[in-house]
Design a protein around this ligand. Structure first.
Ligand code: 5AD
Ligand code: SF4
Length: 488
């Protein structure tokens, strides 16, 4: 599966026997080796070595970054938020839309300046963008100061590749076209003490015609339920009260396991974990959302009453060309069924404007679904042409100014409805897990409602991780100010 690479370097020192077969033991070996190198450099400089991981894109990437941070910490690096003082900078990239790529190129030029002042600085690029051949070619050609480039399939090899970059002093590039490997039990550093993302599956098999994800994240692979439960138990023992189960299409979880399990069955098992209070998940593909899942959600005490249900377009004609496998009527019927079973559920969505061939009538159909469903919030995207996807070669790419005008209309509609829905909750008392002290105002703490909205309330550090009743006193469009209910 691995592409050969002319700059590939054999490790300078031999790998002890027995480590070839056990991938995680192999990686711990390289972590130890990196730690020696870091310790020596740190002694030479008379200060600890610092790292900075910058994440672009989705929650999957954010979760991957936590794993990279875990490995870097185990190597002896300490975290900094400032790239300019870091000895190791990692960009975990996204390529779902073109502007994500451009941001990375822009920042790389900037990083080169820091590296000139700090020549032993290491720069690594990883994530979805690196899975594109033309990107890697461009990096080799135009950004020779980058030390390490790897992709989405071999992120577990980060320690090994780092040692190679450190020992060879040359750019190391290792991109795989795919993998069926899932390496468990590597180091991890959670961003939040009381909540964590948990991968339940990797990749996507849907090939929506606009989307590059199946090409850069590979085919669907589910983690074994035992591994997922073990990881969540460990998190809970370490103070986690809320998990976000992550997958491109969680509704098709478990189909390719040796002993198939449905997503709803997995949720039932996770619900039984003592000490875990809240379960979230994303993303749900409407075509695979089962009655079994709706029933489990309706019964559950722990699953948040929130579904992210990407619509993409309200036009059946476009949905077909997008290869979404549902039409407008099926989507609306699904929403009705979900709301009948779980009346207070929050619904959020993703919508693309300007898909090739989108007419004013198609766009009006999208606006109509938005008005009918009344989403609690929606992510709206301007269609971005991704080379290699079927849509990129389609006729009728919509002119930029037309797309922009439609996008603005959609955004206005979505925001108006979201604000009305948020306003309707004002005055209610909800159970809220407190997540952090507010960045801007240290007298406030911040938590998330079951529907994923943010609430700020007076409080201090001691509340973090506690679940408290909060009265939503004032709605500010997308977030609330609240107060802890008396008697607590
Ligand atoms: N252009 C614009 N938006 C896209 N998305 C995926 N591919 C593209 C693209 N080429 C959006 C979809 C998806 C979300 C994660 O990103 O709405 O649900
Ligand atoms: Fe992309 Fe469609 Fe897969 Fe989502 S379901 S990652 S939009 S191909």
């Amino acid at each position: 599966m691995q592409k050969s690479d002319r700059e590939w370097k054999e490790p300078v020192t031999e790998l002890p026997e027995g480590l070839q077969a056990d991938e995680s033991a192999r990686q711990y070996h390289y972590i130890d080796r990196a730690r020696e190198i870091v310790r020596a450099k740190s002694a030479e400089l008379g200060r600890p070595l610092l790292y900075c991981v910058h994440t672009f894109g989705c929650q999957m990437n954010a979760r991957d970054s936590e794993k990279l941070c875990g490995i870097l910490q185990s190597m002896g690096y300490q975290e900094t938020e400032h790239e300019e003082e870091a000895d190791f900078v990692v960009y975990n990239t996204c390529t779902v839309r073109e502007n994500a790529n451009n941001k990375v190129y822009g920042r790389l030029g900037y990083l080169n300046g820091f590296k000139k002042k700090n020549p032993h600085m290491l720069i690594a690029l990883c994530g979805c963008m690196m899975q594109e051949e033309k990107v890697v070619e461009k990096i080799r050609r135009s950004y020779p100061f980058v030390d390490l480039v790897f992709g989405t399939h071999n992120i577990f090899k980060f320690a090994e590749l780092t040692v190679q970059a450190m020992e060879s002093g040359k750019m190391v590039v290792d991109i795989w076209e795919g993998t069926d490997q899932i390496v468990e039990q590597l180091p991890n550093k959670r961003k939040f003490r009381f909540k964590s993302g948990v991968n339940i599956m990797f990749g996507c098999n849907n090939f929506c015609s606009y989307c590059i994800v199946p090409y850069v994240r590979g085919r669907e692979r589910s983690r074994r339920p035992e591994e997922i439960i073990r990881e969540i138990r460990e998190f809970v023992a370490d103070g986690v009260v809320e998990v976000m189960l992550l997958g491109q299409n969680v509704n098709s979880y478990g189909k390719n396991l040796e002993h198939p399990v449905t997503f709803a069955q997995l949720l039932e098992e996770i619900e039984k974990i003592d000490g875990l209070e809240r379960i979230r998940f994303m993303t749900s593909h409407p075509k695979d959302l089962s009655d079994e899942l709706i029933a489990v959600m309706a019964e559950s005490k722990k699953i948040c009453k929130h579904l992210h249900l990407p619509l993409q377009s309200g036009s059946s004609r476009l949905l077909k060309i997008m290869n979404r496998h549902y039409d407008r009527e099926q989507y609306l019927a699904l929403v009705e069924k979900i709301r009948a079973a779980i009346p207070d559920i929050a619904l959020t969505t993703d919508i693309i404007v300007g898909f090739p061939g989108e007419t004013e009538a198609d766009f009006e159909e999208t606006m109509d679904v938005v008005r009918r469903v009344r989403y609690d919030s929606a992510f709206t995207f301007i269609y971005s042409r991704r080379t290699g996807t079927p849509a990129a070669a389609m006729e009728g790419q919509v002119p930029e100014d037309v797309v922009k005008r439609r996008f603005d209309r959609l955004l206005k509609e979505v925001q108006t409805i979201a604000a009305e829905k948020a306003e309707a909750l004002t005055g209610q008392v909800q159970e809220v897990p407190v997540e952090s002290v507010n960045h801007q105002d240290p007298h406030l703490v911040t938590g998330r409602l079951s529907n994923n909205s943010v609430v700020h309330l007076p409080g201090d550090e001691s509340l973090i991780g506690k679940i408290i009743p909060v009265r939503l006193e004032e709605c500010r469009g997308f977030y609330y100010y609240g107060k802890m209910e008396a008697g607590q």
